[in-house]
Design a protein around this ligand. Structure first.
Ligand SMILES: Cc1cc2nc3c(=O)[nH]c(=O)nc-3n(C[C@H](O)[C@H](O)[C@H](O)COP(=O)(O)OP(=O)(O)OC[C@H]3O[C@@H](n4cnc5c(N)ncnc54)[C@H](O)[C@@H]3O)c2cc1C
Ligand SMILES: NC(=O)c1ccc[n+]([C@@H]2O[C@H](COP(=O)([O-])OP(=O)(O)OC[C@H]3O[C@@H](n4cnc5c(N)ncnc54)[C@H](OP(=O)(O)O)[C@@H]3O)[C@@H](O)[C@H]2O)c1
Length: 342
């Protein structure tokens, strides 16, 4: 196990004064990204992992986790949002290389009710391989605090999501992984990427979009299109809205943003408006895009999203004499329909 404590102050300085080109986290406090990523300060090995697309998997296991340090933690939804969601930045000192779309395991502090150490929980990484500071030494997570009432009427707080929402800069975090190959970005820089996210399912797509539209890489320039459908309960829970809007303003022909705000908008039946409702409004266009061989679909977030999409795609495909279930199977085989829901 490794333990280290980076200088948080130096990160603030680098972020704010030396490298700032784009806002993150709502743009108010930190301006983090370098204009060119991965060369000067980045570790050569980590940069190579990202550049050569070697997929690092399970470098750290639960029996010997990497101990990183929280260097930033901030609630990123409004006070009236249903539930807290935070953006956490963890310093891994360059020891945990990962690719956009991978997840990391977090082992919360403490023990369970049987006195055993807690088991790990997985979180999708919300930063690019370079991290929010562009030095390949941090990773960021977006975590919703789980709180629910059990059948006895007692309030129950999820162990790891509360641990992460409450962690303070300077405190240690045990990590495993990275894991996951399902949600890796396509290699084709001309691809059309359709990203479907509910809530914190935005995590991998924030990474995709920052890699394409915020960072500058000598060896990677995205020329295609990214279409994001994001479903959240209220406008106060729209995650990363400022930075998404900034990307859209800077790349209007390449970025499309569609928000489905379930508890403020109504679908045709008068029910909650989900991202499938938004997609269905331009279903024909999506169907035609899917018929092109460089369109990729990614889905991340709640279980149940997938079936909602099947219901309207089935009819659209049928109009052209295509069986949607078979077509989707083909897309999956070609790694063009990637689903990670939980
Ligand atoms: C690949 C992957 C990526 C993920 N990425 C993210 C991410 O980016 N951000 C994020 O916030 N989460 C993410 N998750 C979910 C995350 O792993 C945890 O499951 C989540 O944070 C809850 O963990 P916890 O320790 O707080 O809750 P726990 O203490 O583990 O409690 C969860 C358990 O509580 C029970 N429970 C939950 N809700 C209710 C309810 N309403 N009524 C009754 N019982 C209930 C269930 O038994 C559930 O298993 C991801 C999961 C996977 C598999
Ligand atoms: N890689 C992964 O697998 C991964 C990564 C990140 C997160 N997750 C999981 O994704 C979930 C996200 O939850 P969250 O708490 O962050 O989100 P949230 O803030 O609750 O937002 C989820 C949004 O999706 C809507 N919704 C509910 N059912 C839906 C359905 N069947 N189809 C489409 N939209 C639906 C919700 O509407 P209403 O609430 O108004 O009904 C709400 O607007 C969590 O379970 C998390 O564990 C998984």
């Amino acid at each position: 196990m490794f333990a280290f404590l980076p200088s948080v102050a130096s990160y603030r300085l680098q972020g704010v004064h030396a490298h700032g080109t784009c806002s993150v986290l709502g743009g108010k406090e930190l301006r983090l990204l370098p204009s060119r990523v991965g060369c000067r300060r980045g570790s050569a090995t980590l940069h190579m992992v990202a550049a050569e697309k070697k997929v690092p998997v399970n470098l750290f296991k639960p029996s010997s986790p990497l101990v990183g340090t929280c260097i930033y933690n901030k609630k990123i939804v409004g006070d009236d949002a249903p539930g807290d969601t935070c953006h956490v930045i963890i310093h891994h000192d360059g020891k945990l290389p990962y690719l956009e779309g991978q997840s990391v395991g977090i082992i919360p502090e403490g023990t369970d009710d049987k006195g055993r150490p807690h088991k790990l929980r997985l979180y999708s990484i919300a930063s690019t391989a370079a991290g929010d500071f562009g030095d390949y030494k941090t990773l960021s997570l977006v975590v919703k605090r789980l709180v629910y009432t059990n059948e006895k009427g007692e309030e129950v707080r999820g162990v790891c999501s509360n641990f992460l929402n409450d962690i303070k800069p300077g405190e240690p975090i045990k990590m495993t992984g990275p894991v996951g190959k399902e949600m890796l970005m396509p290699d084709d820089p001309n691809a059309t990427i359709i990203m479907l996210a509910t809530g914190t399912g935005i995590a991998p797509f924030r990474a995709f979009m920052r890699k394409a539209f915020v960072e500058k890489h000598a060896d990677y320039q995205f020329k295609g299109k990214m279409i994001l459908y994001l479903g959240v309960p209220t406008s106060s829970s729209l995650l990363y809205r400022d930075e998404l809007e900034e990307m859209k303003a800077n790349f209007p022909d390449q970025v499309e943003l569609h928000y489905a705000i379930s508890r403020e908008m109504k679908n045709k039946q008068g029910g909650r408006y989900y991202l499938q409702d938004s997609m269905a409004e331009r279903g024909e266009e999506i169907w035609q895009l899917l018929r092109k061989d460089n369109t990729y679909v990614y889905m991340c977030g709640l279980k149940g999203m997938d079936s909602g999409i099947d219901s309207f795609m089935t009819d659209l495909a049928a109009k052209d004499g295509v069986n949607w279930a078979d077509f989707k199977k083909q897309l999956k085989q070609q790694h063009r329909y990637n689903v990670e829901v939980y």
